[in-house]
Design a protein around this ligand. Structure first.
Ligand SMILES: NC(=O)c1ccc[n+]([C@@H]2O[C@H](COP(=O)([O-])OP(=O)(O)OC[C@H]3O[C@@H](n4cnc5c(N)ncnc54)[C@H](O)[C@@H]3O)[C@@H](O)[C@H]2O)c1
Length: 267
């Protein structure tokens, strides 16, 4: 691994207590980035930051509910206080709760939309304001929004999640157009099925909804029937693309959502 690939990158990561957020935080730090990991799970991010420090990296953590504007401003301020500036955002926090279309409630919609759509816009805006205040640098500031295969398609059990993930794609396109004059790029990546706590919970929910009979069947069935590579993924499959989007190699890209799904949704 090139331990200097992300040198000089001061990154705020949302939803960094577990899953892909934690894995990317560790991967970034191992390549020389300084990372601030934020999450509603404060103990979780404290532990991730400690593990990074123990491994010789530079990390700090912050309590961050992405739906809360004061929290978002405080997380930006904390990152700047610790590292002097912020030049990369990994906008990763997200939630899901499947429901059949005819059963979807307003509460289900509002909860998922608050985190996945408003939460991403909220943190993106507060970070972008800080980037604008810092002034132009020689290379672009980078905002990376985590989307999903459901940013371009959706499935009948997760229509609301798909709606919010389409919003993430809109944020990438709209943000890229709105922020280019400040030398801020906005891109993202779209995982397919990643075995994290989110999918473990989804798997349990889908059994409860009667879509699958037993635990683990959802992931195995999707891998077998819907993924060209015939396997689901782990956070380790995702971290490389996340690093590419934070690195100078992607400096001439903006407004793009990169699919990393083993060949599940083709465009
Ligand atoms: N797991 C998958 O298969 C998959 C596929 C496509 C996209 N995604 C997206 O990738 C991202 C990471 O998913 P994951 O699988 O690692 O999930 P995860 O559930 O393992 O981790 C998500 C993290 O977000 C945090 N979080 C939830 N609500 C928050 C809030 N309001 N403010 C701050 N933090 C909050 C949680 O505490 C948790 O630490 C999410 O945006 C998810 O929608 C996941």
């Amino acid at each position: 691994m090139d331990t200097t690939r992300l040198a000089g990158k001061h990154v705020l990561i949302t939803g960094g207590a577990q899953g892909m957020g934690a894995a990317v935080a560790k991967h970034y730090a191992a390549q020389g980035a300084k990372v601030c990991v934020g999450d509603i799970n404060v103990d979780g991010v404290a532990q991730v930051a400690q593990e990074i420090s123990d491994a010789g990296g530079v990390a700090t953590h912050v309590k961050l509910d992405v739906t809360n504007e004061d929290d978002a401003e405080a997380a930006v301020a904390h990152t700047v206080a610790e590292f002097g500036s912020i030049n990369v955002l990994l906008n990763n926090a997200g939630i899901n709760k499947p429901m059949w279309f005819l059963d979807v409630t307003r509460d289900n919609y509002e909860k998922i939309n608050a985190v996945n759509a408003w939460g991403k816009l909220n943190v993106m805006q507060k970070v972008a304001r800080q980037m604008v205040a810092q002034g132009k640098q020689d290379y672009p500031y980078k905002i990376i929004n985590v989307g999903s295969i459901l940013s371009r398609d959706t499935f009948i059990d997760v229509v609301v999640y798909g709606m919010t993930q389409h919003s993430v794609l809109a944020l990438i396109k709209g943000g890229a157009k709105a922020l280019v004059e400040h030398n801020i790029t906005v891109n993202g990546y779209a995982p397919g099925v990643v075995r994290t706590e989110m999918w473990e919970q989804l798997d349990r929910d889908l059994v409860e909804m009667g879509m699958f009979e037993k635990k683990g069947e959802s992931m195995d069935s999707i891998a077998e029937n819907m993924i060209l590579m015939k396997r689901y993924s782990y956070p380790e499959d995702i971290v490389g693309t996340a690093s590419f989007l934070a690195s100078p190699e992607s400096d001439y890209m903006t407004g793009q959502l990169l699919q990393i799904d083993g060949g599940m949704v083709l465009h």
